[in-house]
Design a protein around this ligand. Structure first.
Ligand SMILES: Nc1ncnc2c1ncn2[C@@H]1O[C@H](COP(=O)(O)OP(=O)(O)OP(=O)(O)O)[C@@H](O)[C@H]1O
Length: 557
């Protein structure tokens, strides 16, 4: 994927900020006033000395103490207000972005998500988004605050003597602009590498946890552990580069501040000797220079975090820019599923040269019970993925009730189909909610009827909390057969026109299989069934059997 420039990433991040611009203005105003209050405190210590030596008369020594005290209280309040509004903006935007990412994942699913690392996606929706907080709470406001505050201070120094203004302005630019600019160009790659390594490590650990059983059985533990060590080492290495860079930036910024103060002392001494300023003004200029780097130091410190933030934002924007494999069709289409027609359909996956279907035709009428058999990997699941429009046909047409599937509203298509696959996924929620996934509006009574039809009611009643038992509490104690029956109860609850069964009993023994097939046969009399299976025993509930061979569908029964 084409790399986005730092500028275009920043521009897109700023666009997200638009709805919260007024709150941002408040944050910046509070920040500027807060820094000015802080600088006023130290400056008035110089003014106080000026009053003692008689050079300053517009205020008394006690007056100076009052000003300093009041500014100290105001500074605290302003800082609190700035942090509060800054973080309000940041977390509000993170919520908006999270929403966008989930919407995007929903659009990309399932075709575009098939090839993506799940660990990478988890890293994106959790830590990557979280890091954007750095940009919204600790970048935009500090940049604006530094520009405004340090311009005011430069102007004030200039009013004491132009040399102080030039000196202050020059060093502010070095610390706030030159150091972050050159250092970020230097370490940009390190930020991107760190985020990528972080995602890879995440994926690897997730994979290792998922495959724990296989690792143990095949005695793969020590080599896997070594691989985890290597992966963590890699991560540490890329973090070390970032930290080394951070240390260098801090050291450089500190060095520049010290040089600025030293230069002010030396240059000021010459100006003082020329009688262009008095001692109090000399002292005031030194105190102001020494105490006014706060806003610009914040800028040089953020360059490091910002690198990671931009790397995360780039990954997120890449995902948001991804075009779904199939465009969703909005609105509603009335479907009765009287007939489903594959007419000379061609299909192959984009990343494969081999095609799966070539001029394949078949008509499925309402109420048909159709079985699809064929060798493993021949394309049976692909055939039903086209019917569910996870992918679009490449040639020929696929129509439902005479309407091209590409023009059928996606939500109407989903409403009219139900899928029970090889392995039912159970969410870590109650059994009741897991079945209710088939029809979120169903009452508990309806769920129970569906569970009885799927012969899983008695099992559920034997659980400690019956329908309220959480899947997590049951651990791995739910067998494959029980899971499949819960999946079937979901499907019965849905009562859609078309029931797609992709090897629903392939993981089960013959007893479990016959029970499930019996339940399907008895409860799907009106429905169209498309059943994929390897086993002859499974296809027995169907009245038509098609074989997928040579990229075409051939009727065998
Ligand atoms: N998203 C994808 N991208 C690229 N190739 C894919 C994708 N999904 C499946 N394939 C490939 O397409 C071919 C057909 O796969 P499919 O799952 O449809 O076969 P199948 O007949 O259902 O297999 P099985 O009986 O083993 O489940 C296989 O070679 C598979 O590797």
């Amino acid at each position: 994927m084409k790399r986005q420039s730092g500028f275009s990433i920043m521009k897109r991040l700023l666009v997200e900020l638009k709805p919260l611009a007024p709150v941002m203005m408040i944050t910046i105003t509070l920040g500027v006033l807060g820094f000015l209050a802080a600088i006023t405190i130290t400056s008035f210590s110089a003014v106080a000395i000026g009053t003692l030596i008689g050079e300053i008369t517009f205020i008394s020594f006690t007056g100076c103490l009052w000003v300093m005290g009041i500014c100290a209280v105001i500074r605290g309040l302003l800082r609190y207000g700035e942090q509060l509004s800054g973080h309000y903006i940041a977390f509000k935007i993170l919520a908006i972005l999270r929403d966008k990412i989930f919407m995007c994942l929903r659009k990309l699913a399932p075709a575009k998500l098939e090839g993506k690392d799940k660990g990478d996606l988890i890293a994106m929706v959790t830590s990557d988004i979280e890091l954007l907080e750095v940009f919204y709470a600790h970048t935009i406001a500090p940049i604006s605050i530094a520009i405004i505050t340090n311009t005011i201070i430069t102007a004030f120094l200039y009013s004491i003597h132009p040399y102080f203004g030039l000196l202050g302005g020059g060093f502010f630019l070095i610390v706030g602009l030159a150091i972050p600019y050159f250092s970020s160009a230097f370490a940009k790659e390190a930020g991107v590498t760190y985020r990528k390594t972080f995602a890879v490590t995440n994926q690897f650990i997730l994979d290792s946890l998922r495959g724990l059983k296989e690792i143990l059985i095949y005695k793969n533990g020590s080599s896997r552990l070594q691989a985890v060590h290597d992966s963590s080492k890699q991560l540490n290495k890329s973090q070390e580069r970032l930290k080394a860079h951070e240390g260098l930036v801090r050291a450089l910024a500190d060095l520049m501040i010290m040089l600025a103060v030293l230069s002010c002392v030396v240059m000021g001494a010459f100006v003082l000797q020329s009688d262009a300023i008095n001692f109090s003004e000399y002292l005031l200029a030194i105190v102001i220079i020494a105490s006014s780097f706060g806003p610009v130091v914040a800028l040089s410190n953020l360059s490091n975090n910002l690198l990671q933030t931009f790397a995360c934002a780039e990954r997120l924007f890449d995902l948001l820019d991804e075009v779904p494999q199939v465009e969703e069709v909005a609105g509603k289409t009335s479907l009765t599923n009287e007939s489903i027609d594959y007419k000379e359909v061609d299909f192959g996956y984009n990343n494969r040269t081999e095609t799966i279907l070539e001029e394949a035709s078949i008509t499925i009428n309402k109420g048909d019970k159709l079985a699809l058999i064929g060798e493993s990997g021949i394309g049976k699941s692909t055939f039903v993925k086209l019917l569910m429009r996870f992918w679009d046909v490449k040639g020929g047409t696929l129509t439902i009730d005479g309407k091209n599937i590409k023009e059928v509203a996606t939500s109407s298509l989903r409403d009219s189909q139900t899928l029970v696959s090889q392995e039912t996924f159970l969410f870590n929620e109650s059994i009741l909610d897991n079945i209710r996934l088939g029809n979120p509006k169903a009452s508990k009574e309806e769920v129970i009827v569906a569970a009885k039809k799927a012969s899983i009611h008695d099992f559920i009643m034997s659980l400690p909390h019956q329908y309220e038992s959480r899947v997590g509490e049951l651990g791995s104690s739910v067998s494959s057969g029980e899971k499949q029956r819960i999946g079937l109860a979901r499907a019965f609850l849905r009562q859609s026109d078309v029931l797609i069964l992709d090897e629903p009993t392939s993981n089960l023994d013959t007893l479990n299989e016959s029970e499930i097939l019996k339940a399907i046969k008895e409860n799907s009399k009106e429905q169209t069934i498309v059943l994929i299976s390897h086993r002859k025993s499974t296809t027995a509930i169907c009245d038509k059997v098609y074989k997928l061979e040579n990229k075409k569908l051939i009727q065998t029964v």
